[in-house]
Design a binder for this molecule. Structure first.
Ligand code: SF4
Length: 839
């Protein structure tokens, strides 16, 4: 945690643009609760106040060396300020803040005035849009009405429809829904999920012990708070409302990230909550009102009149002065700042006492559990019991909070997906990698191992100074493979009992950091471990270091470093290729395969590459590299020219080809690995066309692996196995889905190849026979999946997309000989499967 003096920085700023609203929602904390300070404020923020606020934020970011701040344009209703005033405010903020750090600029609106003029301005100024919508019409109309009682539902749906248009979709930040326990939870969830938001936030209505929310009780007559989990019927109406939403969400494959549930999972695994209403993280939000006064988070308005006041303003005070204010510091004490009941609560790590405002009671102030205590404990326990049976050990639960527009989901379901579709998968993988690394940092039982700790420190620094280089190294497929391997190992190793091999393995983090420093040219020094006689620098190569235990890497410039170890000293240009000699030099850089502008790494040095189902090849000889290059130069143009529905996805997502050992030359082997996004492993095939086929085939696995990191397509509890026409052994539903999806690519390959110009008749006949065979098997597997009863609704949609691609292929003509041969072959497979079942 970055600290300035002893002040924790703000990272989020709610900037009030307009202090009035065009709706009259009766659950609004600004107008309908205890604090009525809005009455004395200017209606609209002035240009001077906006400029001063922007400068204060920039000053604060600079003092704390923040790499990013978030500013949320808020109200009242901020759209009342109009297009040009909002645009001008955005420019003022960017001009002041962006020379200092990145600015994540958002607006939170009721949506009723949103139109294309606003959206065009948001596009131009880079403003993301969050919309309040409480669910279906019935739920929304309970509160979100105009002053004359008219519903706002249709206007808000129009706004959401606008944000779902392709042009404006990147602006859509999500939906916020305040819960009303009178509404139907499943109908609310379905109505919101159908709008395909990138994020869905369910908010508990604001209330305190003094003014309890609907369905909750205040203190007992003697002033004491009710006992927790009294078990009375109706004692937990909010948990009881959320439980069916959770069931629907999991049934739905967790298609839309629901922040509350994601947050429970994240915090249970030791991560950050991502919302101030859960978790123990210190509050980092400051509010700047339309008159420039600096206040605490808006939700505190619910406690008492004047509750958010700090007495400070942007004209006379810095934001550090606000951060040092006792009321703000009281919200940054973690577990020490909670009530005695909360401090001993079994779910405190996740709950954190709930939202600060919800703890208020006259007399004891905020030193109480939340008025939602019983609900919070119940829903947290409910989610944990269902999703995290072995919380703390499972890496699979590191589900990224990402969504994907339906059009891209459907494109992937069809078997294809362009560069933009792949960008959604890549973004989700980025989150997975970072979550796994964070978990590794928290869990690795190394008790202060200096190599690991040094690596973590350097990586954290570089993440601010050179985030692009850090991302580039972290995106290397075998970094996640390594981190997950370490975590599994850490799960089996008690704290304080780490062996040298555990430490060396985890110490690879220092190698990751050193590689990022070298890539960016950041002058830094790092001690990296030596494994199997080499210091490994992911994405760059490896350095032979003999029997040294560590090597000290000193970066001297972009791509350049000096290395020292007990076994020697080296001066290295990381990108210089090794000479075409059979004698291996000490520095062995990663080579690349090239075709025109397109390059991929030919990865034969990475310490953690051996994670596919076949053994990795040793370092290739120059002759073997030349053979790979020759085939790649043939394969890639073939993919680009003949497979335009696969080429853009491959170009966007394929980063690495990893050579496999092949002890039976001529045997075709290839593989992808779920934890190595972007990599295809293969033994060098016989021809460039064979390489094209295996790249298309294996990249199907890469895409689906990443998609299933985001969404549940199959029912995880279904243990049955199914016939896979291309295999001798029955497969679980997830594996059958993987194989079928990959074989769409294979079928399509032979479908195109049978018509390829200049084919030998024998080759054309072979292609036709393979097409006939693979389309038959793939179609049969699709029907097995569709009828399995083991798919989630999202899985059903995915398989329907696969079927829509393959079905027309079934009626494409093939020569009689090919059709007969394919039918004979399929009949034999089914007979073998039947014999196996009978026995
Ligand atoms: S408010 Fe949260 S942390 Fe406090 S006792 Fe209740 S459930 Fe536990």
């Amino acid at each position: 945690m970055a600290v300035f003096g002893d002040v924790l920085p703000f990272r989020q700023f709610v900037l009030k643009i307009h202090s009035r609203c065009d709706l009259a929602c009766d659950h609004c904390y600004v107008y309908e609760h205890a604090d009525q300070s809005w009455r004395g404020r200017p209606t609209v923020i002035s240009p001077e106040t906006a400029r001063q606020a922007a400068e204060r934020i920039a000053e604060h970011a600079s003092e704390h060396r923040l790499s990013m701040v978030r500013v949320i344009l808020h109200g009242g209703e901020p759209l009342l300020a109009g297009v040009s005033r909002l645009g001008a405010i955005a420019r003022v903020l960017r001009r002041a803040i962006e020379p200092v750090c990145e600015l994540d600029l958002r607006i939170h609106t009721n949506g009723v005035r949103l139109d294309t003029a606003f959206c065009e301005m948001f596009l131009a100024e880079g403003i993301l849009v969050g919309i309040s919508l409480d669910g279906d019409r019935a739920a929304n109309d309970l509160h979100r009405r105009y002053l004359n009682g008219r519903s706002s539902y249709d206007q808000v749906l129009r706004a959401v429809a606008l944000l779902r248009q392709e042009r404006y979709r990147p602006l859509f930040a999500g939906l916020l829904a305040t819960i009303d326990i009178r509404s139907d939870p499943v109908a609310v969830y379905r109505a919101l999920a159908e709008l395909d938001p990138p994020n869905l936030d369910f908010l508990l209505p604001h209330g305190t012990w003094e003014t309890p929310p609907p369905g909750k009780r205040g203190p007992l007559p003697d002033g004491r708070l009710p006992a927790r989990l009294a078990g009375e019927p109706g004692a937990t109406p909010y948990a009881d409302w959320l439980a069916p939403v959770f069931a629907e969400w999991t049934k739905d494959g967790r298609r839309v990230p629901v922040r509350m549930f994601e947050s429970i999972i994240e915090t249970t695994l030791g991560g950050a909550s991502g919302t101030e209403s859960l978790g123990l993280a210190p509050s980092d939000v400051a509010v700047i009102e339309t008159d420039g006064t600096i206040e605490q988070a808006d939700s505190i308005k619910v406690a008492y009149d004047g509750a958010p006041v700090t007495g400070l303003d942007v004209f006379s005070h810095s934001l550090n002065a606000a951060a040092a204010h006792p009321a703000i510091r009281a919200r940054q004490q973690g577990i020490a700042g909670l009530s005695p009941v909360c401090r001993t609560c079994p779910v405190v790590d996740t709950c954190g006492g709930g939202l600060y405002a919800h703890r208020y009671l006259t007399g004891s102030g905020f030193a109480n559990p939340s008025v939602y205590c019983t609900d919070l404990e119940k829903i947290i326990t409910h989610v944990r019991a269902r999703l995290l049976p072995q919380a703390g050990a499972t890496v699979a639960a590191q589900r990224p909070s990402h969504s994907m527009p339906q059009a891209h989901f459907d494109a992937l379901a069809a078997g294809f997906g362009d560069a933009e579709s792949i960008s959604y998968l890549s973004a989700a993988q980025r989150s997975v990698r970072r979550a796994v690394l964070r978990l590794l940092h928290e869990r690795a039982p190394l008790d202060g191992d200096p190599v690991f700790d040094g690596g973590w420190d350097l990586l954290t620094r570089l993440d601010h100074a050179a985030p692009g280089a850090v991302d580039e190294v972290l995106a290397h497929p075998y970094v996640r493979a390594w981190a997950e391997g370490c975590l599994r190992n850490a799960g089996r190793t008690a704290v304080g009992t780490a062996t040298r091999s555990t430490a060396t393995r985890a110490g690879h983090l220092a190698s990751v950091a050193a590689a990022a420093a070298i890539r960016s040219g950041t002058l830094a020094e790092a001690e990296v471990p030596v494994s199997d006689g080499y210091a490994h620098l992911p994405t760059l190569g490896r350095l032979r270091a003999g029997d040294a235990r560590t090597v000290t890497i000193a970066v001297t410039g972009p791509g350049q470093f000096e290395a020292r170890a007990t076994s020697g000293k080296w001066r290295v240009e990381a990108g210089v290729q090794d000479p075409a000699s059979e004698t291996e030099p000490d520095w062995q850089p990663v080579r690349v395969l090239r075709s025109g502008e397109f390059t991929v790494r030919l990865e034969d040095t990475d310490l953690n590459r051996d994670c596919h189902q076949w053994p990795a090849a040793p370092r290739l000889t120059p002759a073997a590299v030349a053979a790979w290059q020759e085939q790649f130069a043939e394969a890639w143009p073939l993919i680009e020219d003949s497979f335009p529905t696969y080429a853009p996805g491959l170009a966007a997502g394929l980063s690495t080809v990893m050579p496999l050992a092949n002890d039976a030359p001529g045997r075709e082997i290839s593989a992808a690995a779920r934890q190595a996004f972007g990599a295809v492993a293969a033994a060098l095939p016989a021809t460039g066309a064979d390489l094209a086929l295996l790249l298309i085939h294996e990249f199907q696995h890469v895409k689906l692996g990443a998609l299933t990191d985001m969404f549940d397509l199959c029912d995880r509890t279904d243990q049955r196995v199914f016939f896979a026409p291309w295999r001798d052994d029955p497969r679980p539903v997830g594996a059958l889905l993987q194989g079928t999806y990959a074989h769409i690519g294979v079928t399509d390959f032979w479908r195109v190849r049978r018509d390829a110009a200049g084919q030998e008749p024998a080759a054309a006949a072979e292609a036709a026979e393979r097409f006939a065979r693979w389309r038959m098997m793939t179609a049969e597997a699709i029907e097995t999946l569709a009828g399995s009863g083991a798919l989630t609704p999202l899985g059903d949609r995915f398989v329907a997309g696969m079927r829509a691609t393959v079905e027309p292929w079934l009626s494409e003509p093939v020569p009689q000989a090919a059709a007969s041969s394919a039918a004979r072959w399929a009949a034999e497979r089914r007979a073998a499967w039947q014999r196996r079942k009978d026995s």
